[in-house]
Design a protein around this ligand. Structure first.
Ligand SMILES: Cc1cc2nc3c(=O)[nH]c(=O)nc-3n(C[C@H](O)[C@H](O)[C@H](O)COP(=O)(O)OP(=O)(O)OC[C@H]3O[C@@H](n4cnc5c(N)ncnc54)[C@H](O)[C@@H]3O)c2cc1C
Ligand code: SF4
Length: 338
């Protein structure tokens, strides 16, 4: 007999887990607070490491939702334990009583305006990695008439105690290198800098992308933090940094600065954690039972996690965790009830 399972968050993790649960014979109820499914994947243009279009990953997923009840523009109003079930009330007035709830609420992009020294939200020519994806995706003409010198600033809101996040966001080094190459394709004459602390190019083919950036695209990698950004009367930027390899202060006039905003916990994490009575980790993300062998399970019975709700991940990692979560739920639902 088909059993309902509530999946909260309709990004790659929630969609993939719902499809897997459906294939296992369950009826997932997928809840998404935004008007469309797809999460951050719906915003990206081309994906690292090999430049595949994000829509080519997302569209087949969205075309395969038969057997999944999904609600967009919908949030969870309450979740309460009743005997061995969870009663989930939704903002659209519906409610469901289920044995398993999967939390796939993902991440929020770090709010770059919090790092005041970079001038995001103040200077027009300072944008974020996500803004640049919007720009690439829209195929629009450059928003500035002169793009000759461009800088990418790594670790914005990550590995930064003052910003409240000690952890590495994992995907932003490779995103910076990917975007730097893409900018060079659009503006072959431009000079492009990447200001980094460490380059964390850990995945398969990532090193190839880095070598391409150096050898084919001529990206200039500068080891050092940007300390200050200011604007001249024409709206161009002055970027101060220190090249820590050569021990040299730098001041460079730039036409555009791209901030690699990292992954922060989704805004709803704390509230959902309170509803199901679990403590998030000190980094604000949901904390699984074990980071090694049970990344999808939680201390509370019947609550499961997948994707970036438990910390930074790439899309392939997110999708395989979603598949694991579906199997963990299946095993839980088939185990004898206590
Ligand atoms: C700038 C940038 C570029 C990236 N590029 C790549 C790339 O090229 N290749 C790659 O492999 N990875 C890339 N990533 C990582 C990729 O975006 C993530 O791996 C992926 O989006 C994680 O999917 P998710 O479902 O866990 O989370 P999300 O994509 O964040 O989806 C979560 C969903 O849950 C919804 N939600 C949140 N709270 C609630 C709630 N309370 N109720 C209902 N719905 C809720 C959200 O609206 C969202 O739709 C990039 C990340 C960044 C920051
Ligand atoms: S992936 Fe790179 S840019 Fe992102 S936080 Fe880690 S070291 Fe910084």
């Amino acid at each position: 007999m088909s059993q309902n399972i509530v999946v909260i968050g309709g990004g790659p993790a929630g969609i993939e887990a719902s499809r897997r649960l459906r294939d296992l014979g369950y009826t997932p109820i997928l809840i998404e607070k935004e008007p469309v499914l797809g999460g951050h994947l719906a915003r990206w243009d081309r994906l690292f490491p090999d430049g595949v279009e994000a829509r080519k990953v997302l569209e087949p997923m969205l075309a395969d939702l038969d057997g999944i009840k999904y609600f967009t523009d919908t949030e969870v109003s309450s979740i309460n334990r009743l005997k061995d079930t969870w009663v989930v009330k939704l903002s659209n007035g519906l409610s469901a009583q289920v044995r398993a709830v999967l939390l796939t609420t993902g991440f929020d992009l770090f709010k770059a305006e919090k790092k005041e020294e970079y001038g995001y939200g103040i200077y027009e020519r300072v944008i974020t990695n996500a803004d640049l994806e919007d720009w690439f995706k829209s195929g629009a003409a450059p928003q500035f008439d002169d793009v000759k010198v461009i800088g990418f600033v790594h670790c914005v809101g990550s590995r930064d105690e003052k910003a409240g996040n000690r952890q590495c966001s994992k995907v932003c080094c490779v995103t910076a290198v990917k975007q730097a190459c893409e900018i060079k394709e659009r503006f072959p004459e431009a000079t492009v800098y990447c200001f980094y602390m460490d380059l964390r190019m850990f995945g398969r083919k990532y090193e190839d992308l880095y070598l391409k950036a150096q050898k084919e695209c001529g990206i200039r990698f500068v080891r050092g933090r940007v300390s200050e950004v200011s604007e001249d009367i024409d709206g161009h930027l002055f970027v101060k940094a220190e090249d820590t390899l050569f021990g040299k202060p730098l001041k460079i006039k730039m036409d555009m600065l791209v901030l690699m905003a990292g992954m922060a916990p989704a805004a709803s994490t704390a509230e959902l954690a309170r509803m199901v009575n679990v403590l998030p980790g000190e980094d604000g993300f949901f904390l699984p039972h074990s980071l090694i062998d049970s990344p999808c399970t939680c201390a509370r019975e019947g609550i499961f996690y997948a994707g970036t709700a438990t910390g930074p991940k790439t899309i392939p990692e997110t999708l395989s965790e979603a598949a694991s979560a579906a199997l963990a739920i299946d095993r839980y639902l088939k185990s004898p009830q206590k």
